[in-house]
Design a protein around this ligand. Structure first.
Ligand SMILES: NC(=O)c1ccc[n+]([C@@H]2O[C@H](COP(=O)([O-])OP(=O)(O)OC[C@H]3O[C@@H](n4cnc5c(N)ncnc54)[C@H](OP(=O)(O)O)[C@@H]3O)[C@@H](O)[C@H]2O)c1
Length: 347
């Protein structure tokens, strides 16, 4: 008997400062009726993203709508169709969609991008939310279209052990970068950057000013900065960039909670002096690149030239904690929650 309700993570109240577990609760909510054109999906994995942090606030509009206290959260997820009222998507099909933070979802195919099929034979299911998903695509768009990485470039990536960062370092190399430098929090992550993600050098931003680290690791300067954190690291990169350097502004992990960094903004004079290009982007504006991205990255995955890495917690009850862990730097690679048994997972 298909379920009529689902467990879902709701926002109890907006965070007062840093988010806390008490700001979230798992509640039982009714599922919409399975009318014509709809799919009942058992979610298997859900993505945990930094953008959730901004969406908990009322003031600033982030990538998409902000959450309301008392309402369910949502976000990227992947599941299997259990019941279908749409003949072209039979039960057993694996789909990616936007109704994460819940165990079951009813998807309406009349809504744009409600469900994209994925092929579990091509790559493991978690990879479809990570390296082959929005995460890897963000790194690809930032490097190819925004920063226009060229053979021979020296590329610097911040939050380099995270989901986008671990993809960006590897992709930069595959796109021809000569030297790839990353920053991350702590010695263990820095070791991983070099050992697992192919970075030439890594610096721990908590142990050393990034401006000093870049002077040491890239004494001749950098050509490209892939910015995931803003603040001090962006200011340091502005100093290290060569004339004509390019910056892909992807995200600002250090700026959540309205942290003021006026001293860093003052460094923008570097952009004038060195004729830099700084370009922000939102990945969903670049969907025309997706087929090219999927084909190239799937090839690199198959041939073992790129590694997908995830940090996975188990069960919907762990989801709010997974978000707090991500914001605190407790993840390596893509942060995911497994919501049900993965038929393809081998322990
Ligand atoms: N523009 C777009 O369309 C788009 C799309 C997706 C993601 N993004 C952005 O891409 C960035 C990375 O996202 P992700 O999903 O890959 O997350 P992630 O990098 O896997 O996780 C966030 C990481 O940020 C680091 N961090 C946290 N606070 C920090 C601080 N104050 N200073 C420096 N680093 C800090 C932590 O690593 P450490 O342990 O190293 O500190 C943490 O692991 C985010 O800024 C996100 O908003 C943008």
């Amino acid at each position: 008997m298909p379920p009529r309700t689902t467990r879902v993570v709701c926002l109890v109240r907006r965070p007062d400062g840093e988010p806390a577990l008490g700001d979230f609760a798992v509640e039982q909510r009714p599922l919409p009726p399975l009318s014509e054109g709809r799919l009942l999906v058992r979610n298997l994995y859900m993505s945990v993203d930094p953008s959730m942090r901004g969406r908990l606030e009322s003031t600033e509009k982030h990538y998409t709508h902000n959450f309301t206290p008392g309402s369910p959260l949502d976000g990227r997820a992947l599941g299997v169709v259990v019941e279908s009222r749409c003949p072209s998507v039979p039960p057993g099909t694996f789909v990616r969609h936007q109704l994460g933070w819940r165990e079951w979802a009813v998807l309406d195919l009349a809504e744009t991008d409600a469900a994209g099929r994925i092929d579990p034979q091509l790559a493991p299911l978690p990879t479809w939310l990570g390296l082959l998903g929005q995460t890897g695509f963000t790194a690809y768009v930032g490097l190819t279209r925004i920063a226009e990485v060229r053979p021979g470039d020296t590329v610097f990536v911040s939050a380099a052990a995270g989901a986008v960062g671990s993809a960006a370092g590897q992709l930069a190399r595959l796109l021809g970068a000569e030297r790839v430098i990353g920053t991350a929090g702590g010695p263990d992550k820095c070791a991983l950057l070099v050992k697992e993600f192919g970075y030439d050098a890594a610096a721990d931003y908590r142990a050393e000013p990034v401006r000093d680290a870049l002077a040491r690791l890239a004494p001749d300067g950098i050509d490209v900065y892939f910015d995931n954190v803003g603040g001090e690291q962006l200011a340091a990169a502005l100093h290290a960039l060569r004339t004509g350097g390019r910056v892909a502004l992807c995200g600002m992990m250090s700026q959540f909670g309205g942290a003021s960094r006026s001293a860093d903004i003052n460094q923008l004079i570097q952009a004038v002096l060195k004729r830099l290009t700084l370009r922000g982007f939102i990945v969903r504006d670049h969907d025309d690149l997706r087929p090219e991205f999927e084909s190239r990255v799937a090839d690199w995955l198959r041939s073992g030239r790129i590694t997908a890495r995830e940090t996975v917690t188990d069960g919907l009850d762990s989801a709010a904690g997974a978000l707090l862990t991500l914001l605190d730097g407790g993840n390596v690679g893509k942060m995911l929650v497994r919501l049900a048994d993965d038929p393809y997972h081998r322990a």
